[in-house]
Ligand binder design. Structure first.
Ligand code: MN
Length: 284
């Protein structure tokens, strides 16, 4: 099932080019979409048949006529993998000459949840004179509280998958600073539930800037795959329902600038594009 938030934080199910409004069916609170999403995940097994049968006659709209919102609008935390593809490690060493370790030595970092934007919003660059890059990533949302979960059990704790751009200022500062500016985490276009998505460790994805294909990869090349990353993250900290984990970017990262349109596509999920501008105070 593809679950999207739209317009004034209503909730819907996406089928082909339509979105079916299930806001009333779920007793969904549009003022508290994050909390409502956590409740939905908790009750999803029971609700799923009711949701599916409601779609036959439910109110629906053309996707092109609604505004999609970030599907996980305000998680408690975003846990992000650094250098989780070997070819990305190579390009970082070539371009910046910093002999970076991979995730095995680096562990992982947190991004500010306030950096999240929806799939129809705009990235606002805070600097004209700092290289700022796109990073295409497969991300997922934690479905229930998890601590010390082995990789073999991780799939029981992951509710669904979506596309994430980890926008990053290059430089020597710590990652949380370079990656946490407002608008630096576009997510979307919706959450595909784990039962529909299938194997997250064998999925292709791409990112374009304008017409130029910049990144094209497959999660089968992850160093820590989704489940191993979940194990490592949950060994360090309690993962709460609604938290986001993002698995890291493959090779092909590159700069974005004012006027660009950045598009991400993940097989079995879908795609979205966001535009790029400077932050207002940087224009002058
Ligand atoms: Mn990243």
């Amino acid at each position: 099932m593809k679950i999207a938030l739209f317009n004034e934080y209503k909730i819907g199910v996406v089928k082909e080019d339509c979105i079916y409004d299930i806001t009333d069916l779920l007793n969904w609170d549009t003022e508290k979409p994050q909390q409502s999403f956590v409740t939905l995940m908790k009750n999803f097994k029971d609700l799923k048949p009711r949701i599916e049968s409601s779609l036959r006659e439910g109110e629906h709209y053309a996707l092109s006529n609604v505004r999609l919102r970030p599907p996980i609008p305000n998680p408690g935390k975003i846990v992000a993998a650094p250098v989780n593809y070997y070819l990305h490690q190579d390009e970082m060493n070539e371009q910046f000459n910093n002999a970076e370790y991979t995730i095995e030595k680096l562990g992982f970092f947190l991004k500010a949840p306030s950096s999240i934007i929806g799939p129809e919003e705009m990235i606002r660059l805070p600097f004209k004179d700092r290289r700022t890059d796109h990073e295409a990533e497969l991300a997922f949302v934690v479905g229930k509280r998890a601590k010390d979960v082995p990789a073999s059990e991780a799939h029981h704790y992951i509710f669904g998958y979506f596309a994430l751009m980890d926008i990053t200022v290059r430089g020597k500062e710590d990652r949380p600073w370079r990656k946490s500016f407002d608008t630096f985490t576009p997510i979307g276009p919706w959450v595909v539930t784990a039962d529909e998505f299938g194997d997250p460790n064998s999925v292709g994805f791409k990112l374009w800037v304008g017409e130029e294909l910049r990144q094209s990869a497959n999660t089968k090349d992850l160093i820590y795959d989704c489940y191993k990353f979940f194990e490592a993250a949950s060994a360090a900290m309690t993962l709460e329902p609604g938290d986001i984990l993002t698995t890291g970017t493959p090779e092909g990262v590159g700069p974005i600038t004012k006027g660009d349109t950045v598009r991400i596509q993940i097989d079995r999920i879908g795609e979205f594009s966001v535009s790029v501008d400077y932050k207002e105070e940087v224009h002058s």
